[in-house]
Design a protein around this ligand. Structure first.
Ligand code: NAD
Ligand code: MG
Length: 390
């Protein structure tokens, strides 16, 4: 193994849930990986700690007011420090790394990821919003620059793993599993009173705040349906969502002959992170294993689209195509942050998304500029609705 050069990883969003777990994987496999780029939006303390421990070539702090703190703390070390949104994009095109782990949350991940693709860097993609907003352009660019996009999202990693070795064999459909989140089985009369504290408690996964809320509303599954469409080149009718509360089967692929492959394991994001970073290798680890003998039953249910309307809206946005998923994503980001600040209720998040989808002009074949504009317009409109809630 020592003859293989280390893969130099750029972690965009290193202070987040995915970013910190990726650093755990790197720390456990120092012969295989090094962290060459670390970036954070606000958490300069953690970024500094990470930089001292992993000695990357470059760090980027998003918040410009924190630049001098990071710069001072790393003075005397051979680490370049940059700040601001523009720097993220510039660093993404540098030759100092081999693979980008796209682990920024939300729309903010789009531009750096695009730049990395244009620089020919393989992408380990956690940031699903990038594909939701501009999936057609991202996939086209990845083909043009011959850049592999390896999913980190556990469901998509599962499907990707099921497809390895299948060549051109046709997919009949994929089955995306959903945990159902903390409010599985609940009805609107319950959900109307849900507060951020309840919604932030996920039964199976520990994740960043935005995706945890998205999991509670099932918007996360909606975003994942769109993500799957682009990653695996599927028609909307080839994607089925099944609620599987134990999160042991991470997703399934059904082939033309009716045969179904599943990928399974205990819910631990380090596994898909490690798989994407090491692909096509599998590397050993000491993560806990699933035990079939222990009494446990795997359950499967139909998702409740009438109660969890965000999933229905995302499927609708996918079917409409064009800039509609971009509108959905922008409105949802604003709605989630408003809910997290206790400005709107749990069910209001769906209203904000739905009204924004009805308002923003539809564009069938958007350019990248159209996506940027759509995102801005959708945010402005969603903010005006949120304002009405007081
Ligand atoms: P998080 O909130 O824990 O971390 C987000 C990271 O992005 C942080 O490092 C933060 O500093 C950075 N960031 C936030 N806003 C930024 C901005 N405007 N500009 C630059 N950097 C910014 O999020 P997370 O849970 O790690 O999720 C990251 C991405 O991975 C999301 O797209 C999420 O949907 C996806 N994902 C996460 C999980 C999980 O288990 N956490 C699972 C599957 C997919
Ligand atoms: Mg997922």
């Amino acid at each position: 193994m020592s003859n293989i050069p280390k893969k130099r990883i750029a972690i965009f969003g290193s202070t987040g849930s995915i970013g910190t777990q990726a650093l755990d994987v790197i720390a456990a496999n120092p012969d295989l990986f090094s962290a060459e780029v670390l970036t954070a939006m606000t958490n300069h303390t953690l970024l500094i700690e990470q930089a001292i421990r992993f000695e990357p070539a470059v760090v980027v702090i998003g918040e410009e007011t924190k630049y001098h703190l990071v710069k001072e703390a790393l003075a005397g070390k051979d680490i370049k420090v940059f700040c601001g949104e523009q720097a993220l994009q510039e660093v993404a095109s540098m030759s100092i790394y081999d693979m980008m782990l796209a682990a920024i949350v939300g729309y903010a991940g789009l531009k750096p990821t695009l730049r990395a693709i244009e620089a020919g860097k393989p992408i380990a993609l956690a940031n699903k919003e990038t594909l939701v907003v501009a999936g057609d352009i991202i996939i086209r660019k990845a083909l043009e620059y011959r850049v592999p996009i390896i999913p980190v999202d556990s469901e998509h990693s599962a499907i990707f793993q099921c497809l390895v070795g299948e060549g051109r064999n046709k997919i009949e459909k994929i089955i995306l599993t959903a945990s159902g989140g903390p409010f599985f089985g609940k009805k609107p009369n319950f959900l109307v009173n849900v507060k951020r504290e309840h919604a932030l408690q996920h039964p199976n996964w520990s994740m960043g705040a935005k995706i945890t809320i998205d999991s509670a509303t099932l918007m996360n599954k909606g975003l994942e349906v769109i993500e799957a469409k682009w990653l695996f080149n599927l028609r909307p009718d080839q994607i089925q969502v099944v609620v599987h509360p134990q999160s042991i089967i991470h997703s399934l692929v059904q082939f033309e002959d009716g045969s179904i492959k599943a990928q399974m394991g205990l819910p631990d994001m380090k596994l898909p992170i490690q798989y994407a970073m090491a692909f096509p290798q599998r590397i050993p680890n000491d993560f806990p294993r699933y035990n079939f003998i222990q009494p446990s039953t795997l359950h499967f249910h139909e998702p409740d689209l009438k109660t969890f309307r965000n999933l229905a809206l995302a499927i609708e946005a996918m079917k409409q195509g064009g800039n509609m998923p971009c509108v959905l994503n922008a409105a949802n980001e604003l709605a989630v942050y408003a809910f997290l600040r206790n400005r709107i209720g749990f069910l209001d998040m769906t209203d904000v998304v739905e009204k924004t989808m009805m308002q923003i002009p539809y564009i069938e074949h958007p350019t990248l500029e159209d996506y940027f504009e759509t995102d801005g317009e959708a945010r402005t409109f969603a903010a005006s609705i949120i304002h009405l809630y007081g």
